[in-house]
Design a protein around this ligand. Structure first.
Ligand code: UDP
Length: 315
């Protein structure tokens, strides 16, 4: 049997680069495509020179050309932190819409399976708790976050249309908050921000009163979930996330504790449309993929801490 080939868009990003590692480990030839807008060459520098790995610098909102056969496309290209997509609203909308269209067109051309990185943001500021895949969401289309949320909702619709109309094998993963090595210190998300602040003994900036909740998953669990979904025959969206829910204020306190920092907590204005609650219902992933998270927050955070310590020292 010939070696399988996977194209990973956004492959130089936080999640994409971990997926490059995993699919190489699984014996795939990996083509990593990224325009390095929010991804970085550093995330994949250890793979340069690996003959099963190829990097193509390309913006997937433009026609995508890949030589040879492809078995699988993992479409992970997109700014993914609120700060990034507020700064790059048009690119965010374009990559979710035009980029997904181009990547699906390539899947059709190559008769490849297509896996879309979708997001818990499709649930918006949810009115049900925890969020199940059959919840349609509460998204403000014209809000600041709308550029990401609606692009991902469009991307899901597009994937399903290619599946239904063209018979493409599509998979949709709805990813909840994920953390780990290779996050950017300044990407604006809660964890890297709190780590950077705590490790520099600066005050931690909690938005609002910190009563909003999130459920944080360690990156290796996400990678395992994506791997399993890509090997499955399940077409409808699957939540991948860690149901351990925590308020942002408690989370900030945890980071102060595990870093052994003397930092205080200060409160800043809550961004508009910031979801109040978020927790995945993962029964579907358990049933269909036999997947559940294996890292609890204490374990995951202590692994992430090693990375952030080094990153802060180098910065
Ligand atoms: N947040 C915060 N302080 C920060 C950064 C983020 O309190 O310096 C809050 C943010 O308002 C949100 C939560 O932490 O309620 C998670 O934000 P993040 O950007 O990590 O991801 P989101 O889940 O909102 O996409």
């Amino acid at each position: 049997m010939s070696t399988k080939r996977v194209l990973i868009t956004g492959g130089a990003g936080f999640l994409g680069s971990h997926l490059c590692d995993r699919y190489l480990d699984e014996g795939y030839k990996v083509i990593c495509m990224d325009n390095l807008l929010t991804g970085s060459a550093e995330n994949i520098s250890h793979l340069m020179g690996n003959e099963d790995f190829e990097f193509i610098k390309h913006d997937v909102t433009n026609f995508i050309h890949v030589q040879g056969e492809l078995d699988l496309i993992l479409h992970f290209a997109s700014p993914a932190s609120p700060v990034d997509y507020l700064e790059m609203p048009i690119q965010t909308l374009k990559v979710g819409s035009l980029g997904t269209h181009k990547a699906l067109g390539l899947a059709k051309e190559k008769d490849a399976r297509f896996l879309l990185a979708s997001t818990s943001e499709v649930y918006g500021d949810p009115l049900t708790h925890p969020q199940k895949e059959n919840y349609w969401g509460n998204v403000n289309p014209i809000g600041h976050r709308g550029v990401y949320d609606e692009a991902k909702r469009f991307a899901e619709a597009m994937a399903m249309a290619y599946h239904r109309y063209h018979g493409i094998e599509t998979r949709i993963v709805r990813i909840f908050n994920t953390y780990g090595a290779r996050m950017r210190l300044h990407d604006g998300r809660a964890l890297p921000t709190f780590m950077r602040q705590a490790l520099n003994d600066k005050p931690l900036t909690v938005y609002g009163d910190g009563s909003q909740t999130r459920s944080f998953m360690y990156v290796d669990d996400l990678v395992e979930g994506v791997w399993r979904l890509s090997q499955s025959d399940y077409v409808e969206p699957v939540n991948i996330g860690n149901p351990e829910e925590i308020t942002i204020l408690e989370f900030a306190k945890e980071i102060i504790e595990i870093t052994g920092s003397d930092s205080d907590i200060i409160f800043e204005e809550l961004p508009k449309d910031d979801p109040q609650i978020r927790q995945p219902d993962i029964n579907k992933a358990k049933e269909i993929l036999d997947w559940e998270p294996t890292y609890d927050r204490t374990e995951g955070l202590s692994l992430a801490l090693e990375y952030f310590r080094k990153k802060v020292l180098d910065s």
